[in-house]
Design a protein around this ligand. Structure first.
Ligand code: C2E
Ligand code: MG
Ligand code: MG
Ligand code: MG
Length: 289
């Protein structure tokens, strides 16, 4: 009986694995046509200056509205796109669309675009960036590329060259999800980042009594300050968290306390109405300017 039970368990697990793999394959197939079928769009979340409480930019976040399954999180389909070599066409579309949208907004908000390590290690990226800027007329300094520590995984010489080419173009560079990847700090020395984004996992528990995350956030801010980089604290959901990361010196904040990501037209309206200056019942400004 125990033998049969063992086999039963085995086939239970293996059929589950099969189902997961099959599901991934189906999603990959659907993803191939998603752009052409107009199922992909961008949403924009404000990034706010911690001192003035004003949005200085937005982050473009990709959205896939699957015709049958509904919205699918990029945390699920971006890795699939990376494996299936679909991230480069998707990423190019994101860059072009984000630049085009940003050029249409009133004012001079920056737009931050997430760039996969797969895109970053490909020679074509500078040409695509230049072409997206030229087609939209967006000034290079209004475009920020968000890169994760994943680009440093294989220490290839092209990575350094890519950084300097992008800096020559004049776009800004941000290191995303800082602290979640590989703890080597060596790359901070050589890569010309304008900003470090402190991962939301550090913010999440930081307001709890005795949390070590406060010390970690303070250390990241000190490091960034010394390297003359800005810091965005990600995933700020409450006014307590907002106050805390401000006190710890983060230069920028981003999170649901201000707004979720919204569509480009909604963003334009919000800018015109002067919204996104203060969160609901937000704290008073720390500096009178
Ligand atoms: P990320 O670049 O770190 O983006 C921040 C994520 O945190 C977004 O999730 C955003 O909606 C979410 N977020 C913002 N504020 C809060 C908050 O207060 N609380 C919580 N719990 N979450 C918050 P989203 O849009 O689901 O994207 C997830 C990840 O998918 C992104 O993480 C990024 O790594 C990737 N991604 C999104 N768009 C793109 C893209 O166009 N290209 C590439 N390569 N990756 C993308
Ligand atoms: Mg990002
Ligand atoms: Mg992040
Ligand atoms: Mg993330």
């Amino acid at each position: 009986a125990s033998k049969a039970g063992g086999r039963g368990r085995f086939s239970f697990f293996s059929s589950q694995l099969l189902r997961v793999a099959e599901d991934k394959r189906l999603l990959e197939e659907d993803l191939r046509d998603a752009l052409a079928r107009d199922e992909i769009e961008l949403a924009y979340q404000p990034i706010v200056d911690a001192r003035t409480n004003r949005a200085t930019g937005v982050e473009a976040l990709i959205r896939w509205n699957h015709p049958v399954r509904g919205p699918i999180s990029p945390t699920i389909f971006v890795p699939i796109a990376e494996e299936a070599d679909l991230i480069r066409p998707l990423g190019e579309w994101v860059l072009r669309k984000a630049c085009q949208d940003a050029a249409s907004w009133p004012g001079k908000l920056r737009v931050a675009v997430n760039v996969s390590p797969v895109q970053f290690t490909h020679d074509s990226l500078p040409k695509i960036v230049l072409s997206a800027l030229a087609a939209s007329g967006l000034a290079p300094e209004r475009l920020e590329l968000e890169i994760t520590e994943g680009v440093f995984l294989d220490d290839c010489p092209q990575t350094d060259a890519m950084f300097s080419t992008l800096k020559q173009i004049g776009v800004r560079l941000a290191l995303d999800d800082f602290g979640t990847g590989y703890s080597s700090l060596g790359y901070l020395k050589k890569a010309p980042f304008d900003k470090i984004k402190i991962d939301q996992s550090f913010v999440r528990a930081a307001t709890l009594p005795g949390s070590r995350n406060r010390a970690i956030i303070a250390a990241i801010v000190a490091l960034a300050d010394a390297l003359e980089m800005e810091t965005t604290a990600e995933g700020i959901e409450s006014l307590d968290q907002l106050q805390l990361v401000r006190n710890l010196g983060a230069t920028h904040v981003q999170g649901y306390v201000y707004s979720e990501a919204v569509r480009s037209e909604v963003l334009s309206r919000k800018i015109e109405n002067g919204e996104w200056i203060l969160p609901p019942s937000g704290p008073t400004r720390q500096r009178s300017d």
